[in-house]
Design a protein around this ligand. Structure first.
Ligand SMILES: Cc1ncc(COP(=O)(O)O)c(C=O)c1O
Length: 408
């Protein structure tokens, strides 16, 4: 019998389970497990009844285009609605500059396809979002890591890494950044650095891919909307901006968008055609109706409040149970707590013990392109309830105690 594994391309061979594991999607099938692994929104917060009403109206059959193929660029009224969202974020854009994607993840992938040839140098933060690592790895990019400071990417290290690549005759093609409440570190890039990066990208002819699924999830009292101002608002020429409705509405709809200069968007349309022709019309129309009826606008303050309280609950329990052993900084928004382990304890070994205690997280090393991060773990506070958060941290404390006993 033919073994298809022998027919795999170089890219196909690179795409194995470890890529999925990076995303935290390999879950042991155990009941009563508390997951801090998945960066999922809390499904209790989806606006079920409003989405139900909208969907029922759309499926009434009055407008047959709802279930048809659509334009590759996306459903025009949705793009127009997105232009108003962009305007509220300080970005004046036109219809020709936006394309609808299947989530921000497809945005990363399409941008990478357009810009990256095998061997091209892509700069990513240490740590960074594994879904983007997967896209760049699959295109055989050469990935170089850049350190972070408390206020986002280190400008000193950026310059050092850039110079090193230049000196080796490998010009840097692009820089991938998650400026707002980064996945996994939760860090918020300072406004000064945002301004500097626009100038840096122009000087070095480097494209910035700005991936911003968490920008609206700033927590009152910790950060403001102004502090999440997109880099793109001050540098349209050198930035490809990615947005998403996954965190502010529902990820199951799989709707996001890209903003780029019009000639780039025309090429992205061709890449989108090759990938999936167009994003689902029903989902696009649901999202558009949800924006126009004010559903997303009304929901946003609740999301900020609920996730802020979950962050507080996780931090409080961590401080109480493990404050003497673990270190972390308080994230000012988003979904994640990025935790440093005590010496003598590594992420993978701790995960093994945590699974025995029925709690899971993502190992820190999954977020590093340079083999680092073994003294880190990412805890997502977004999906579990307050009681699950407390139970999960108590289990984590038991796992850590066992790990430390063993490593002595
Ligand atoms: C930084 C980042 N980019 C992109 C995504 C993918 O989002 P979407 O559901 O919009 O594809 C995620 C999801 O967790 C993320 O954290």
């Amino acid at each position: 019998m033919m073994d298809l594994a022998h027919s795999l391309s170089a890219t196909g061979r690179r795409l194995n389970e470890s890529v999925i594991r990076r995303m935290g999607s390999v879950i042991p099938t155990q009941g009563n497990l508390v997951s801090f692994a998945h960066g999922f929104p809390d499904s209790r917060l989806f606006p079920w009844s409003e989405l139900g009403e909208i969907t029922a109206g759309l499926l009434s059959g009055v407008d047959s285009t709802t279930l048809q193929y659509g334009e590759m660029r996306g459903y025009k009224p949705l793009i127009e609605s997105i232009l108003t969202i962009l305007a509220a974020r300080g970005i004046t854009a036109s219809y020709e500059e936006v394309i609808i994607t299947c989530g921000a993840q497809q945005g990363v992938d399409l941008a990478a396809r357009l810009l990256v040839d095998p061997g091209d140098v892509v700069l990513m933060e240490l740590p960074t979002y594994p879904g983007a690592i997967a896209s760049f790895v699959s295109l055989q990019a050469t990935i170089a890591g850049v350190e972070q400071d408390d206020d986002g990417i280190s400008l000193e290290d950026l310059e050092t890494v850039w110079r090193r690549q230049q000196a080796n005759g490998r010009p840097v093609k692009l820089l991938y950044l998650v400026p707002n409440f980064q996945n996994p570190s939760g860090r918020l890039l300072s406004l000064e650095k945002r301004k500097y990066l626009v100038d840096w990208a122009e000087r070095h002819s480097t494209v910035i891919i700005e991936d911003d699924p968490y920008g609206s999830l700033y927590f009152e009292g910790s950060a403001t909307g102004e502090e999440t101002r997109p880099i793109c608002a001050d540098g349209r020429e050198c930035v490809i901006y990615l947005g998403s409705f996954s965190k502010m509405l529902a990820p199951g709809l799989r709707i996001g968008w890209m903003l780029a200069p019009a000639p780039i968007v025309r090429r992205l349309e061709a890449a989108k055609m090759a990938a999936d022709l167009n994003s689902g019309m029903l989902s696009q129309r649901i999202v558009d109706a949800a924006i126009r009826r004010g559903v997303i606008g009304r929901l946003a303050p609740t999301l900020r409040d609920v996730y802020r309280r979950k962050r507080d609950a996780m931090e409080q329990t961590l401080r109480h149970e493990l404050g003497h052993l673990l270190r972390w900084s308080t994230p000012k928004g988003g979904f994640f707590l990025w935790v440093t382990l005590p010496s003598g304890c590594t992420d993978r070994s701790l995960l093994g013990r945590a699974i025995e205690q029925r709690v899971i997280f993502v190992t820190g090393s999954a977020f590093y392109v340079d083999g680092g991060g073994h003294n880190k773990i990412r805890l997502s506070f977004s999906a579990p309830s307050h009681s699950q958060i407390r139970r999960g941290i108590t289990r984590l404390a038991a796992a850590l105690a066992a790990e430390l006993r063993h490593s002595v």
